[in-house]
Design a protein around this ligand. Structure first.
Ligand code: ZN
Length: 254
C-alpha cells in the first residue's frame, strides 16, 4: 500500500500542477480577448468617425440642393415683383423674396459649417486609423508571444497528464477509486497531510488509533471529518521534497 500512497501523492501534486497550468492557459485566453477587443473598439471608432463625416457631406449636399431651388424661386419672385403693377401684391412678392434670401443665407451658413466639420473629421479619421494600426501591430506581436506561451503550457500540460495517467495506472484499484471519488468534492485535493495531530485539510484532530494506522502506511486512512486520505507529514515531505506547502493546506472547505 505504501507504493500506492506514494503514487497518490505524486498524482495530487500533478493535479495541483494541472490546476496552475489551466489557470495560466485561461488567463492567456482572457488577455488575447482583451487585446482583440481593444483593437475592435479602435476600429469601430474610426468607422464611426468616417460615418459621421459622410453624414456631414450628405447633409451639406442636400442643403446645397435646397439652396439652389430656393435661389431659383427667389429669382422668379423677384422678376414677378418687378412686373407687378399692384403695389400690395408687389410688396408681398418682395417679402417672399426677402424670406427666401434669409433662408438661403442660413442654408449657406449651415452647409459651410458642415463642410468645415467634415474637414476636421478627416484629421480625426486619420488619427484614429493610425492609432488603430499601431494597436493592431502591437496586438499581432502580443499574439505571437501568447501563442508561444500557449504552446509551451499545452506541452507541459500534456506531459503532466501523461505522467498522472502512468502514476494512477499503477495505484491499487481501491486506492485509486478512493482518490477519484474525492477529487471533485475536495477541490482536487483528496489527500491531506497530518500536521501535528490534525488533518491539514479540515483541522480536525486525528484520533490516535487512526494516526497509528496512517503512520503504518498499511492502508488508506480517511479523515473522519472531511474524508480526505490522511498522509503522514514526513511521508509527504519525502515524496515531494516540499517542506512548505503540504497537501490539503489552504483549503477551508470540509
Ligand atoms: Zn479532514
Amino acid at each position: 500500500m505504501k507504493e500506492s500512497i506514494l503514487l497518490l501523492i505524486e498524482t495530487q501534486v500533478l493535479d495541483d500542477r494541472l490546476v496552475v497550468l489551466d489557470r495560466r492557459l485561461n488567463s492567456l485566453l482572457v488577455e488575447l480577448g482583451e487585446g482583440e477587443s481593444r483593437v475592435s473598439v479602435l476600429e469601430a471608432e474610426a468607422e464611426d468617425t468616417e460615418g459621421e463625416r459622410k453624414a456631414c457631406l450628405a447633409r451639406a449636399r442636400d442643403i446645397e440642393n435646397d439652396l439652389l431651388i430656393d435661389e431659383a424661386r427667389a429669382i422668379k419672385w423677384e422678376d414677378e415683383s418687378n412686373r407687378m403693377r399692384d403695389v400690395g401684391s408687389a410688396e408681398i412678392a418682395r417679402q417672399k423674396v426677402q424670406t427666401l434670401r434669409d433662408k438661403i443665407a442660413g442654408e449657406e451658413e449651415e452647409a459651410l459649417s458642415l463642410l468645415e466639420k467634415a474637414e476636421v473629421l478627416v484629421g480625426r479619421i486619420q488619427e484614429a486609423k493610425e492609432t488603430m494600426k499601431e494597436a493592431s501591430v502591437e496586438f499581432q506581436t502580443f499574439r505571437t508571444t501568447v501563442k508561444e506561451d500557449q504552446k509551451t503550457l499545452e506541452e507541459e500540460k500534456a506531459n503532466v497528464v501523461a505522467r498522472k495517467s502512468v502514476a494512477l495506472d499503477s495505484v491499487a484499484m481501491e486506492a485509486r477509486a478512493a482518490y477519484e471519488k474525492l477529487v471533485d468534492s475536495r477541490n482536487g485535493q483528496p489527500l491531506a497531510v497530518i500536521r501535528g495531530s490534525s488533518c491539514a485539510g479540515c483541522g480536525m484532530t486525528v484520533p490516535p488509533n487512526d494516526m497509528g494506522r496512517a503512520m503504518g502506511l498499511t492502508g488508506l486512512v480517511a479523515c473522519r471529518s472531511c474524508s480526505r486520505i490522511l498522509i503522514p507529514d514526513q511521508v509527504w515531505k519525502d515524496a515531494t521534497g516540499d517542506g512548505d506547502e503540504a497537501a490539503g493546506e489552504g483549503s477551508s472547505e470540509g
